[in-house]
Design a protein around this ligand. Sequence first.
Ligand SMILES: Cc1cc2nc3c(=O)[nH]c(=O)nc-3n(C[C@H](O)[C@H](O)[C@H](O)COP(=O)(O)OP(=O)(O)OC[C@H]3O[C@@H](n4cnc5c(N)ncnc54)[C@H](O)[C@@H]3O)c2cc1C
Length: 306
Amino acid sequence: MLRTVILAAARSSRCEQFVATAPYTRDIVRRFVAGARTDDALRVTRALVQDGLAVTLDNLGEDTVTPEQATAVRDEYLNLLELLAAAGLTPATEVSVKLSALGQTFDEQLAYDHARAICVAADTAGTMVTLDMEDHTTTDSTLDILLKLREDHPSTGAVLQAYLRRTESDCRQLAGAGSRVRLCKGAYREPESVAYQSAHDVDRSYVRCLNILMSGAGYPMLATHDPRLIAIGEDRARWFDRGPDRFEFQMLYGIRPEEQARLVGDGYTVRTYVPYGDQWYGYLMRRLAERPANLAFFARALMHQG
Ligand SMILES: Cc1cc2nc3c(=O)[nH]c(=O)nc-3n(C[C@H](O)[C@H](O)[C@H](O)COP(=O)(O)OP(=O)(O)OC[C@H]3O[C@@H](n4cnc5c(N)ncnc54)[C@H](O)[C@@H]3O)c2cc1C
């Protein structure tokens, strides 16, 4: 129920205006988002890489509605990749890209062309691209574009969401040699017809998918903060003899940083997903919807300004 309300607020421009202008909420935004500018992304990345973490950078922006916006997002990634290479932050840093930000909702070919340009720039910079996964109406289109991109850029990473009923089968399709697959639970509100609804069913699906990926020939990227799933990931890594160059854990910036450090200390590869940019609202609301404790923190900050 609470999750539904927050995800509805994520689509409300009035609510966005309120959150964006409230002084105390800015600190909360900063906890989860590197900052609005490319410089902020580089600064945060440098610090994380120094701490032994790998990074994936996401320029926040979704639901792009004009070709001009899509081109601006592409150009930001091209600029970012050049700066990362110049700063010596590749290959430890890759980029995560949302096809909707590149125009997928109104022109799939445009989104593909822009994603391809970003893959070429990532090759030049000595790093890789992962395509984020969005709501289930985009899954087929995103996987089609992924397969086309992989023809010339085989390292392009996929994201699969354990809450979708189809994902076990997608994992089997994508568990082949060299295939980078990020497995997450899934962050959107999805209907029962396509997605498991209870946390327990989603967790069980996550484990089935994790087993397929960890026993396969690809490169699994286990994206979760869930202690039980992380422990299962560690167990399967031992079982399938996967060292730090054959799979990785991934977590979001600002969430369980001490656990990220613990895993690095234990010799695992851990990649922090770092969002930056001024369109942070939808991202922040999805994070709040995931965890009541984050919401309480947020509500306290709002009360302070009254
Ligand atoms: C690197 C990365 C990339 C992602 N990319 C995508 C994507 O492309 N598409 C998509 O739909 N979703 C994506 N997600 C989001 C994902 O789908 C989940 O919505 C999100 O990760 C929360 O799920 P969880 O696995 O952490 O489990 P949850 O069920 O949210 O949390 C499980 C447990 O983790 C611990 N935990 C969680 N949050 C915290 C916290 N703030 N502090 C302390 N403990 C905490 C708690 O013990 C909690 O009970 C991504 C997530 C990550 C980490």
